[in-house]
Design a protein around this ligand. Sequence first.
Ligand code: 5GP
Length: 189
Amino acid sequence: MELLKKRIQEVGVVVSDQVLKLDAILNHQVDPVLVTEMGKEFARLFVETKPDKVMTVESSGIAMAFATAYELGVPMVFARRKKTPMMDQDTYSERVPSFTKGIVTDIVVSTHYLKKGERVLLIDDFIANGDAARGLIRIIEKAEAELVGVGIAVEKAFQIGGSSLRERGIRVESLARISSLANGRIEFV
Ligand code: 5GP
């Protein structure tokens, strides 16, 4: 998506050769015009998979998932991150390492908002090693719902997350694919 790539070049801050900061548009401040366009693009890419629901994990995925769900005319549900490993009987829960924070969190979805047979589109801001996406996918499997695809704003293609999901036969669409963050420069695939 050219608009996203342009904005990434304008405002992206290369923290290291592994991490890109997009606090000006996605991860702290949110650019509503850009995020609305991203939602339209995800909806265009996945509309024929007939999702019943869009799912993400708090907090940075929420704006994009909302925009996508609005375009598709379906609900959006976000997994919550719980610091305490409290198992509620009415939730699906998975333990996921956080790429940026270096800690492990439990991501939790109420059984009320994820039902057997529902067609679920996953949306997230970044994919690095794929742990967040795999955790959400395990929750979808526990609920006996059906994953129709994964939409990612920024895929760091030099890390294994996107390719590891594609190898499992999962459809992954990324709006911007970064090939390198070396030497403080953002290079796209
Ligand atoms: P993964 O679970 O695929 O290793 O990492 C994905 C999650 O970590 C995303 O939900 C995102 O919040 C965070 N993340 C991974 N890489 C980056 C990055 O370069 N920049 C930012 N801002 N977040 C990242």
